[in-house]
Design a binder for this molecule. Structure first.
Ligand code: HEC
Length: 260
C-alpha cells in the first residue's frame, strides 16, 4: 500500500505534465498575429464604409469562388451600419447571379436572377463537392469567421498576408502551404491574394496588405453587423448614467444640506 502511493503520484504528475505540454503546444506553435488598429475597435468604433465596400469586392471577386457567406442576404448590404450600398446597387449586384427557385405550377424547378431577398450564392452545391475541389479540405463559411478564430480580425489579416516559404526541415505535402499563423503551420488554402488582383473603383491601390485589411474589415461586419448600433447604445447609456449620477449627487447635497 505504502509502496503504491509514490507510483500513483508519479503517474498523476506525468499526466498533468503531458496535459500542460499539449496545451502549451496548441497555444505556442502558431505565430502571434500583430495587432491592427481597426476603426471598429474601442468603445466608440465604427466601420469604414469605403473599406467595407472594397472588402465586399475582394470577397466577391476572390474568396467567393471557394467560401460561402450563408448568413448574408444581398439586401443586408444596404442596411445601416454596413457597406450601405443603395437599393439600386444591391439589385444590380444580386442580378449578376442565378438561383434555383420553384417549384412552379407544373412542379418544375427553374432558374431566375437573384433578388435582394436571396442569400449570397454558395460556391459549391454541398460539403462533399467543396472538399473534392480543394484536395479534401473544406473552405469554411466565412460569415462568422472573425468570431470563430482566436485572434479575431487580427488573425484573419495576419493569415492572409503571412504566407512564407516553408523553413528548412519542414516537410510539405502537395496541396499544403506554409503559413506560420495557422495552428500547425500548414494550410490547404493557397495564398489567395496577389498584388493588384482586384481593381478598386475608388482608386485605392490594391496591394496584398490593403486587400487583406479591406476583406477582413468586411468579414468583421458579416460577423457583427450590429456593432455600430451596439456601441452607440453603450455610449448613450454611459452619458445617461453620468448625468443621472450628477443629478443624484446634487439633489442629495440639497436634501442633506440642513443636517449637521
Ligand atoms: C481556391 C480556393 C480558396 C480561395 C480562393 C480562398 N480560400 Fe480560404 N480556404 C480555402 C480552403 C481549402 C481552406 C481550408 C484550409 C485548411 O483547413 O487547411 C480555407 C480556409 C480559410 C480560412 C480559415 C483558416 C483557419 O484558421 O482555419 C480563412 C479565414 C480563409 N480561408 C479566408 C479566405 C479569404 C478571406 C479569402 C479571399 C481573400 C479566401 N480564403 C480565398 C480555400 C480558398
Amino acid at each position: 500500500m505504502i509502496g503504491r502511493t509514490p507510483t500513483l503520484l508519479a503517474a498523476w504528475l506525468l499526466l498533468v505534465g503531458l496535459a500542460a505540454q499539449s496545451t502549451a503546444n496548441a497555444a505556442g506553435d502558431a505565430k502571434h498575429p500583430q495587432a491592427v488598429d481597426w476603426s471598429f475597435g474601442g468603445p466608440f468604433g465604427t466601420y469604414d464604409r469605403s473599406a467595407l465596400r472594397r472588402g465586399f469586392q475582394v470577397y466577391k471577386e476572390v474568396c467567393a469562388s471557394c467560401h460561402g457567406l450563408n448568413q448574408i442576404a444581398f439586401r443586408n448590404l444596404a442596411q445601416p451600419g454596413g457597406p450601405e450600398f443603395s437599393e439600386a446597387e444591391v439589385k444590380a449586384i444580386a442580378a449578376e447571379y442565378e438561383v434555383t427557385d420553384g417549384p412552379d405550377d407544373y412542379g418544375d424547378m427553374f432558374e431566375r436572377p437573384a433578388l435582394p431577398k436571396d442569400r449570397l450564392i454558395e460556391p459549391y452545391p454541398n460539403q462533399k463537392a467543396a472538399r473534392a475541389a480543394n484536395g479534401g479540405s473544406y473552405p469554411p463559411d466565412l460569415s462568422l469567421i472573425t468570431k470563430a478564430r482566436s485572434g479575431g480580425p487580427d488573425y484573419i489579416h495576419a493569415l492572409l498576408t503571412g504566407y512564407e516559404d516553408a523553413p528548412e526541415g519542414v516537410e510539405m505535402r502537395a496541396g499544403l502551404y506554409y503559413n506560420p499563423y495557422m495552428p500547425g503551420g500548414k494550410i490547404a488554402m493557397p495564398a489567395p491574394l496577389l498584388e493588384d488582383l482586384v481593381e478598386y473603383g475608388d482608386g485605392t491601390s490594391a496591394t496584398v496588405e490593403q486587400m487583406s485589411l479591406d476583406v477582413t474589415h468586411f468579414l468583421n461586419w458579416t460577423a457583427e453587423p450590429e456593432l455600430e448600433a451596439r456601441k452607440k447604445t453603450g455610449t448613450m447609456v454611459l452619458i445617461y448614467l453620468t448625468i443621472f449620477a450628477g443629478l443624484l449627487y446634487f439633489s442629495m447635497r440639497r436634501i442633506w444640506a440642513d443636517q449637521h
